[in-house]
Design a protein. Structure first.
Length: 638
């Protein structure tokens, strides 16, 4: 069989990415046509109705519009920095949807308030008038063309790549050994042996290094240390991750270590600490900014009050514009000059602010969750790359089944782990879970190599407690709650994008948690702030569980301690108690995307001290993984 060249492999990837783009665009089009607005709101893809609050020019001279959500404020939404959106209005009489012509970009979201930047030609007056007439205003997510375009361009650049980019491309796709420096290992007293090895490997790598961090092994701690040590040798590094949340997390840890971080883009959590290291906030705080603001205002005034026959108009305009540009460049140079870490999402690394910037080292966190094409966006700016993540946890999202089967889901990190095992360090000591919870994951996914730190090995909430429990719902015929029948433990199908729901299992999930709470005692729960995560792989089940939880009087005192979310929503998080509702219950043994075992690895490794699983054992255990998990838990209680 002939070996495909790196260029052919990337060309193949480009075709698969095109297929994914077309699939997602078509899915989006169909959903937009078929899905009613109420459904979109419930899915978190639209806010409606909203109230126009104000418009202004932000520090980056973009027209910004602030809107406020006035209904369904308890629904979790999917709006975040960088996502494209479009405005619409619904006339109360006709109930028809009228879309505004131009789209905007989310600048930031804070609770029920969202700021959206729009192109200069946008009619703000139309928005204002919509909220004062018989029609209601709304905003919805648009299809994200930009990310795909940037990924395609990045692949094209890698295919054509010469010099360093071409060298890295050929290295990643071949067995050629990556180059390394040679020096004696450095010692870091506050890291364990495997973390220390990882930092040393990062420092020795001339081309590539991989930090493989299973759950709870201190991947972020290790990465922050590696970045700090790299900054002893280099003036500035680029740090990227797939999601805004992951960029926020690593940025915050770096700032806590006293490192000057410049965050390109806005954070997902809008607080002063997070905002203080964003480019926008720093730009505004620069001493030259008031002068620049005055010039920009003068430009806008000149344009809006242009007099007919004013021969000096163009001359005045050009003079003001060149002064504004000069100031912008000066502020930009100052901000980039003093920052030690530039942080952005992978797609955000294409920002024009980074034009012409080169970095010795690029760090990519959560690299196992990113499509390879996205990694090539920042790779063009760097001489070497350090990837951190865990390819045994959440994979990247791929909507096209055909593209997934043909290999689009294979990440750059997985490829390098396969081709260059010598560039990989596995972190082997975990600090999160009771040993019994960790052991199954370690044996199944990491060849039994992950061990528990002594201080967490026997951590539990109750004496003599069994850390893992599986409640088999097949042992219950049906469930009666508050003297009204809930029905049998069978899954129901609720529409394409929501998947499945199992109402009786949701009731039993809260019942199981209540029983466990009663064993612990109310006062202790509140005093020690024992926190809980309720996880279900299906969004419909998550929403149903949230509604049930809000209704239950018993849980009222504990609401702040309990969060309910999908597996993806809990990525990177941990809780004292985790309860998982598996939902699937059918006679055919169909378990759908629960066959993606990396998702289950994430779910079962969020728990520090207690894991309770609810699921129909006959349905689930037809799959070998769940069969092993069932037996493992059975042996613990035996």
């Amino acid at each position: 069989m002939t070996q495909t060249s790196p260029i052919q492999a990337l060309q193949q990837q480009r075709l698969l990415l095109q297929l994914e783009y077309e699939t997602e665009k078509e899915t989006f089009r169909q959903q937009t046509q078929q899905t009613g607005m109420e459904r979109k709101v419930k899915r978190g893809d639209a806010w409606w109705p909203i109230k126009y609050s104000k418009s202004y020019y932000n520090s980056l001279n973009q027209l910004a519009i602030e809107v406020v959500r006035t209904a369904d404020t308890d629904i979790e939404h999917n709006f975040e920095f960088g996502k494209p959106v479009s405005f619409f209005r619904i006339d109360s009489g006709e109930k028809t949807i009228h879309h505004f012509r131009l789209t905007g970009i989310v600048s930031y979201v804070d609770g029920d308030r969202m700021v959206i930047t729009v192109p200069d030609g946008f009619s703000v007056v139309e928005l204002q008038s919509t909220t004062t007439t018989d029609s209601s205003l709304g905003v919805q997510l648009s299809f994200d063309e930009t990310s795909y375009r940037l990924m395609m361009e990045a692949l094209d650049r890698a295919i054509r790549g010469k010099g360093r980019l071409g060298y890295l491309r050929d290295l990643f796709y071949s067995r050629q050994k990556p180059e390394t420096f040679v020096f004696p290992p450095m010692h870091f007293p506050y890291l364990n042996q495997t973390q220390e090895n990882a930092v040393n490997m990062v420092l020795r790598a001339k081309d590539v290094a991989i930090v493989h961090g299973p759950p709870g092994t201190g991947k972020t701690t290790t990465l922050v240390e590696a970045i700090r040590e790299t900054l002893m040798r280099e003036n500035q590094v680029l740090v990227c991750a797939q999601s805004n949340m992951a960029v926020d997390w690593i940025s915050e840890k770096l700032v806590d270590r006293g490192i000057n971080v410049l965050r390109i883009g806005n954070p997902t959590r809008v607080n002063d600490k997070m905002l203080s290291f964003t480019y926008e906030r720093r730009f505004e705080a620069h001493p030259d900014y008031p002068h620049l603001w005055a010039i920009r205002k003068a430009i806008r005034d000149l344009r809006s009050h242009r007099k007919r026959g004013d021969e000096k108009y163009h001359q005045k305009l050009e003079s003001l514009k060149s002064r504004a540009t000069e100031l912008e460049i000066r502020i930009n140079n100052d901000l980039f000059g003093e920052a030690r870490v530039i942080a952005s999402t992978l797609v955000g690394a294409a920002n024009r602010l980074l034009d012409g910037q080169k970095f010795g080292t690029l760090f990519i966190d959560e690299a196992a969750q990113a499509l390879e094409a996205a990694c090539w966006i920042p790779l063009r700016r760097a001489s070497r790359v350090v990837l951190a993540g865990d390819h045994c946890q959440l994979p990247p999202t791929v909507k096209s089944i055909a593209a997934l089967k043909a290999g689009l889901g294979k990440t750059l990190m997985e490829r390098i782990v396969e081709m260059h095992p010598e560039a990989v360090t596995l972190l082997k000591i975990q600090y999160r879970m009771n040993d019994d919870i960790m052991r199954f994951s370690s044996n199944y996914f990491y060849g039994g190599q992950v061990e528990s730190a002594p201080e967490v090995k026997f951590r539990n909430i109750l004496d003599m407690d069994i850390p893992m429990t599986w409640i088999d719902t097949s042992e219950f015929t049906d469930l009666v709650s508050d003297s009204s029948p809930v029905g049998t433990f069978k899954e129901e199908f609720v529409g394409e994008s929501f998947g499945r729901i199992n109402k009786a299992e949701a009731e039993l999930t809260l019942l199981a948690l209540q029983n466990y709470f009663e064993k612990i005692g109310k006062q202790r729960l509140l005093d020690e702030r024992i926190d809980v995560g309720i996880i279900s792989p299906y969004r419909a089940q998550v929403q149903y569980l949230r509604r049930l939880l809000m209704k239950r009087e018993y849980f009222k005192p504990f609401r702040r301690l309990i969060s309910v979310n999908t597996v993806d929503g809990f990525q990177g998080q941990e809780r004292d108690i985790i309860v998982i509702s598996l939902v699937r219950s059918n006679d055919e043994g169909q378990i759908g995307f629960l066959r993606d075992l990396r998702r289950m690895n994430v779910a079962i490794t969020r728990a520090r001290m207690k894991l309770i699983i609810l699921g129909n054992a006959p349905t689930m255990t037809r799959h070998p993984f769940y069969h092993q998990l069932w037996q493992y838990i059975d042996n613990l209680s035996g």
